[in-house]
Design a protein around this ligand. Structure first.
Ligand SMILES: *Cc1c(COP(=O)(O)O)cnc(C)c1O
Length: 388
């Protein structure tokens, strides 16, 4: 982990001086006034840089944005009231009717649902579920304006060659964007690999305590300005100053949390890989990765999945319901460990739903929290014993 990143995470964002507080002040105001009409006009002329009204810019939120931009090595950042608000703002801020988007690798479900709705506004898309660059290239057309990817991808955690994707986009004038929530900026910096935009749900690891919903986009100043004026400011999906403060507090322990989660996640994944009731573990740290991975990803998060040898809905239900320490719920990235399965039963409809998503039967996803590897492996051991 880069020591400069750790320093950035812990920094309070306050100018040094006597009587310096250790935590960023919460500027809880809707409105900022100016001494003259001319000064207000100047501020309004660059509302993405000046506090005028909290639907635009707010100083507490700005501290967070500066920090996330620095962590991702980007010029600018905009924070949002949720990860989906950030995704929406990229689409609505950068795309026109007639444009085409390609989704590469397994992408977060609601992002694809949003893309379905964009068809109502004349924006089409293609989903490429694999990780093969030739397949991605074949899906690009003359109207493709955006390649959107996740690496590792949702649910199966497969990785794609980000430098190669960025190069493909650059060569054709296509914007490349990645949902980098799994790695956090600590373990992967896609902008340094040539990507144009990075999106985060800050609800997960960045916040880290399951107590705030938020999102962010980081990239070059020009694209971020376009996203600010054409989407963020008018959609109104703002991040509140208090929630920005919770994120700033969460960020301060991000390096320590991620190191612990990485180690415990790998320990749990290895235990599962050796278990006779488990057919396969989908964790990018367990297999020999492709050659590009070493320079692309410097660490592993604690969200991954595994496939039971018995793929029945009943086995999935018994294992998940049998867990005592892992709680059952959506989301991930908090201090509490979680489990969930996309499998909704044993009937033909449940199987078809999985097939549509390109997912295997018997899949269980877990998010490793901070309870400790020993307690978590013991819990999984007893839950898996229930289907022996
Ligand atoms: C949760 C999640 C999102 C959406 O973020 P919200 O903050 O819930 O809106 C986007 N991408 C990934 C990978 C997620 O897990």
């Amino acid at each position: 982990m880069d020591p400069h990143d750790v320093e950035l995470c812990i920094d309070d964002g306050i100018e040094p001086g006597p009587g310096r507080p250790t935590s960023t002040p919460v500027v809880q105001t809707s409105l900022f006034t100016y001494p003259t009409l001319a000064a207000l006009s100047d501020a309004l002329a660059a509302e993405h840089r000046h506090p005028v009204y909290t639907r635009g810019q707010n100083p507490t939120v700005e501290v967070l944005e500066r920090k996330l931009a620095a962590l991702e090595r980007g010029e600018a950042c905009k924070a949002f009231g949720s990860g989906m608000a950030a995704v929406s703002a990229v689409f609505l801020g950068l795309l026109e009717a007639g444009d085409h988007v390609v989704f590469f690798n397994h992408v977060y479900g609601p992002t694809l649902q949003l893309a379905q709705h964009l068809r109502r506004f004349g924006i089409d898309h293609t989903v490429v579920r694999g990780t093969d660059l030739a397949e991605l290239e074949a899906a690009l057309g003359p109207s493709t304006r955006l390649i959107w990817t996740e690496s590792p991808g949702t649910m199966l955690f497969r990785v794609v060659d980000l430098a190669a994707v960025a190069e493909l986009g650059r060569g054709r004038g296509i914007t490349t964007a990645i949902d980098n929530s799994w790695c956090t900026p600590l373990f992967q910096k896609p902008l340094t690999l040539g990507f144009d935009l990075v999106m985060h749900t800050a609800t997960k690891y960045l916040g880290g305590h399951s107590d705030v919903v938020a999102g962010a986009v980081v990239g070059d100043a020009q694209r971020l300005e376009q996203i600010f004026y054409r989407a963020f400011l008018l959609n109104g999906g703002i991040l509140h100053p208090w929630d920005a403060w919770l994120l700033l507090r969460g960020l301060r322990t991000l390096p320590a949390r991620m190191e612990r989660i990485q180690a415990d996640g790998l320990a749990v994944a290895r235990q599962l890989a050796d278990h006779p009731a488990v057919a396969q573990v989908f964790h990018p740290g367990l297999v020999d990765g492709p050659p590009f991975l070493e320079s692309q990803m410097t660490g592993h998060a604690g969200v991954f999945s595994f496939r039971l040898a018995d793929p029945s809905g009943e086995a999935v239900r018994r294992v998940v319901d049998g867990l005592r320490l892992f709680r059952i719920g959506v989301s991930w990235g908090g201090v509490e460990s979680l489990a969930l399965s996309p499998q909704r039963g044993d009937d033909a409809e449940a199987r078809a739903a999985l097939e549509r998503q390109g997912l295997p039967l018997g899949l269980i996803r877990i998010s490793v929290g901070l309870e400790g590897a020993g307690a978590l492996t013991a819990d999984l051991e007893q839950a898996l014993a229930g289907i022996a």
